[in-house]
Design a protein around this ligand. Structure first.
Ligand code: ZN
Length: 203
């Protein structure tokens, strides 16, 4: 199982971190060990002093493929959820300054949270999908799939030009504006439309 992530897929978020709007999707990966298993506690990583949440829509790949056409891409994912791409922002800032890879900031154990899955219906893809993240019951991030720079289909097609996609792979599709710091004791809740999909306490 592979976990693909898209960086800078919302203009307002690219701006808030001082990044340019990309011409092609920015892709990075997390290993399987990054996935927080359900009912496992999330512990604040000891190597960071600036842990950020990034709420994102996550796609579940349901068909193996390579060189997928954008027009056909929706046949390759069948479920969607909301997740968190946890980021050690202090480490990422240092790595970015030096032009180094992001793995130590993004791909550590349990840095990927995924909520409950929802089956994708054709109707769902024709309308904007709303999602939100609450920290200690306060709304901190609100996203809409129609604000993405690169669509689900574009992302899936693009990834498949470089990496084979396999059943069970996950695609984190980028975070909207509003990323921020979390501390021990915070409780993060992810909502897909009106439905709560996960709750994570930082321990
Ligand atoms: Zn992210």
């Amino acid at each position: 199982m592979k976990i693909f992530c898209v960086g800078r897929n919302y203009a307002e978020h690219a701006k808030e971190l001082g990044n340019a709007i990309p011409e092609d999707p920015v892709i990075f990966m997390k290993p399987k060990s990054a996935l927080l298993q359900s009912h496992t506690p999330f512990y604040y990583p000891e190597f960071s002093n600036e842990l950020h949440y990034e709420a994102e829509l996550v796609l579940h790949i349901s068909k193996n493929g390579r060189y997928i056409q954008e027009k056909q891409a929706s046949r390759y994912y069948n479920k969607i959820s909301i997740g968190i791409d946890f980021t050690a922002r202090d480490i990422q800032t240092e790595l970015k300054k030096k032009g180094l890879p992001w793995e130590k900031a993004k791909s550590w154990d349990n840095s990927a949270v995924v909520g409950d899955w929802v089956d994708i219906t054709p109707d769902m893809l024709n309308n904007p999908i709303n999602f939100s993240l609450y920290n200690n019951k306060k709304l901190v991030q609100q996203g809409k799939s129609s604000d993405m720079i690169f669509s689900f289909d574009h992302i899936v097609a693009h990834i498949s030009n470089y990496f084979s996609l396999n059943i069970g792979d996950l695609v984190f599709t980028g975070t909207p504006a509003g990323v921020g710091e979390c501390v021990v004791g915070d409780v993060l809740e992810g909502f897909f439309e009106k439905n709560k999909m996960f709750e994570v306490e930082i321990k």
